[in-house]
Design a protein around this ligand. Structure first.
Ligand SMILES: Cc1cc2nc3c(=O)[nH]c(=O)nc-3n(C[C@H](O)[C@H](O)[C@H](O)COP(=O)(O)OP(=O)(O)OC[C@H]3O[C@@H](n4cnc5c(N)ncnc54)[C@H](O)[C@@H]3O)c2cc1C
Ligand code: SF4
Length: 585
């Protein structure tokens, strides 16, 4: 499909860089207010339903759903012992993907690692360069943050508070819930506020058993809060309601778009306003500056296929390329006025980088479910979420902040955790007998935001398009390791309390980056000396520059970030549109 020609003679009201959760939300909010917006996306527009094929059974696929023989994905050990970029030693594989790319259904969605190199410390960096970015394949757990996160410093003295409170963002969380749809059950927890939920999924037998066991310990297990519409959305013709088909468990997205993705949830409706020009295959490599005013004047981008460069002008530049790519773009945008990169007078761009630590967890078997008829547990957009319980009322002696668990049980397309050995008919029988009795869960914990954890530009290595690569200086610290130790112990303790037979306790901490929840590289704050953005994600230095993705986070919390990214983005874009109208930008 030919790309639409961008009108280079025109000054757009806004140019948005990136089309994922953040870029899509910015496009929705700004176009619905009548602004003329250009959305530039580095990747291509994929025939996404053909990629995802959510109804395809593994036996209908020549590779049974796995990668073709000339391609492969990186393993945990490779991330641990091999330093990026992944060059020599990987020649035999024509295509090399991140660990998440180990599937026929996502191989064109995630990037080829060697075309998109990075250097420095080990990091399992998952990127999706295509229209919609990572929202095409996200896990959909859609959680709110609370003042336990926004004002965490008040509780334990560490780091910085956010310049906003829960009450500032609550109306935007509500709007996101109503516009995009979310399933779940109200629990009235001060540290995990409820959303405006559509019809929830049901917990299955083993999950209810665990929930009941936890109640005695004062811990809360709730249905997976999924960014999925279960009742349908009358205002959106591109999305269907979830009708519980089999493949949700499989890596890959939802081809009827019951699960939120940015193109069908936000971008196509924005295009229907007539106010949005979308150009894919457009890699933005610099934010340009008007030297007379010091303001951003537009962006320089390269057509990712023809390699032709373009400059386009806009009154406001909205960066939404995802936390690490946004930092990269700010650092790339060096000029006489901004020698350290645009918006970086504080020196904090790329710093305070944080995410979630993962790995510890437990797998077990519910003995009285062995041999019971299979249940349809694939046909749910998620199992359960076990909410944070550390450092709420009491202080843990060994670490600050908290963690939660994601988990599930029951029969799935690929039987899990059966721990059965053998072959032939007896093996198959064993698998069938055991598979519905499996239950497992893994933890996600807050990684503290630290100035010393950062990314900068590699002075030598460049990507396929000649753009300097990112270099990582990022490691988990003592707090994360002590927290991981506790995750393992509590996981085991909770399964024991529920009466499950424990099959496996995992104490391995996964490589940095595994959570795919990178945050904080241009944090917001009130002090321009220690933060990059103000509370509306507006640059302290350049007033017509906004960075509306996870870069703005002050800390990572332990809750998954995407619903918060979109709610903050909505708030920022409301403010942006008002300021533009008043002539303040
Ligand atoms: C397998 C998986 C499971 C996940 N599960 C969850 C979950 O359960 N809950 C949760 O909250 N989050 C989850 N996430 C994370 C979630 O997907 C991200 O938080 C979210 O997509 C971030 O949105 P974004 O717009 O910042 O970035 P992205 O969605 O990555 O979009 C950024 C876009 O910008 C484009 N871009 C980058 N650089 C440039 C450039 N220079 N010029 C132009 N365009 C550019 C990219 O191509 C991309 O399309 C998961 C992610 C993955 C991959
Ligand atoms: S269970 Fe629902 S959200 Fe998941 S793939 Fe099926 S229809 Fe989509």
């Amino acid at each position: 499909m030919a790309e639409p020609e961008v009108n280079l003679a025109k000054t757009y009201d806004g140019v948005i860089v990136g089309s994922g959760a953040a870029g899509g939300m910015a496009a929705h909010v700004l176009t619905s207010k009548g602004l003329q917006v250009l959305l530039l996306e580095a990747g291509k527009k994929l025939p996404i339903e053909q990629e995802l094929r959510s109804m395809e059974w593994p036996y209908d696929n020549p590779q049974r759903g796995f990668l073709p023989p000339n391609s492969r994905s990186l393993s945990f050990n490779e991330y641990t012992i091999r330093n990026p970029p992944y060059g020599p030693g990987f020649e035999k594989s024509k295509k090399l993907y991140s660990y998440i790319g180990n599937s026929e259904y996502v191989k064109n969605i995630v990037v080829e690692e060697r075309e998109n190199p990075f250097t420095g410390t080990n990091y399992a960096w998952v990127r999706a360069r295509c229209l919609g970015g990572k929202t095409n394949i996200w896990g959909r757990l859609a959680l709110r943050l609370s003042d336990y996160d926004f004002k965490a410093k008040d509780r334990d003295g560490y780091g910085e508070n956010w310049p906003i409170s829960y009450s500032d963002i609550e109306p935007y969380y509500d709007q996101v819930d109503l516009y995009l749809g979310i399933t779940g059950v109200k629990e009235n927890l001060p540290y995990l506020p409820d959303s405006i939920f559509q019809r929830p999924t049901k917990l299955n037998c083993a999950e209810v058993t665990l929930k009941q066991g936890l109640q005695k310990m004062g811990r809360v297990l709730t249905q997976y809060r999924a960014g999925v519409t279960s009742d349908g959305l009358k205002h959106n013709k591109y999305r269907s309601r979830c009708y519980g088909r089999g493949a949700c468990e499989r890596k890959g997205g939802c081809d009827i778009h019951a699960a939120f993705d940015s193109p069908t949830g936000l971008i196509y409706p924005a295009m229907d306003t007539g106010n949005l020009t979308l150009r894919t295959n457009s890699t933005v490599r610099e934010i340009t500056v008007d030297t007379n005013t010091g303001k951003a004047s537009g962006v320089l981008f390269t057509d990712s296929q023809t390699m032709k460069d373009y400059h386009v002008r806009a009154k406001v530049v909205i960066v939404a390329a995802s936390t690490l790519e946004s930092a990269r773009l700010l650092l790339l945008s060096k000029s006489r006025l901004y020698p350290n990169g645009i918006g970086n007078s504080s020196g904090h761009v790329g710093h305070n980088f944080c995410e979630h630590v993962m790995g510890p967890g437990v797998a077990g078997r519910v003995k009285n479910l062995v041999g019971k008829p299979p249940t349809l547990d694939d046909g749910r957009p998620g199992g359960f979420y076990l909410t944070r319980f550390r450092n709420l009322a009491e202080k843990h002696p060994k670490f600050i902040r908290g963690y939660g668990f994601e988990g599930g049980s029951g029969s799935t397309m690929f039987p899990r955790g059966t721990d059965v050995h053998g072959f032939g008919a007896s093996f198959k029988d064993e698998v069938r007998q055991n598979q519905g009795a499996y239950i497992g869960m893994g933890a996600f914990g807050e990684v503290l935001s630290r100035y010393e954890n950062y990314v900068d530009l590699d002075p030598v290595v460049k990507d396929k398009w000649g753009v300097p690569a990112l270099r990582f200086h990022y490691r988990f610290g003592d707090n994360e390791h002590r927290m991981a130790e506790d995750m393992k112990e509590t996981a085991q303790e909770m399964f024991e309390a529920a009466g499950f037979e424990i099959m496996h306790v995992n104490n391995r901490v996964l490589t940095e980056g595994w959570s795919i929840h990178e945050l904080g590289t241009a944090r917001m704050g009130n002090d321009p000396k220690t933060s990059v953005l103000n509370q509306f994600a507006q640059s302290h230095d350049v007033k017509n520059l906004f960075v509306v993705d996870g870069s703005a986070f002050v800390n990572a919390s332990c809750q998954n970030p995407t619903w918060t990214i979109m709610s903050l983005c909505w708030r920022s874009c409301d403010y942006l549109a008002e300021e533009l109208k008043k002539g303040n930008l």
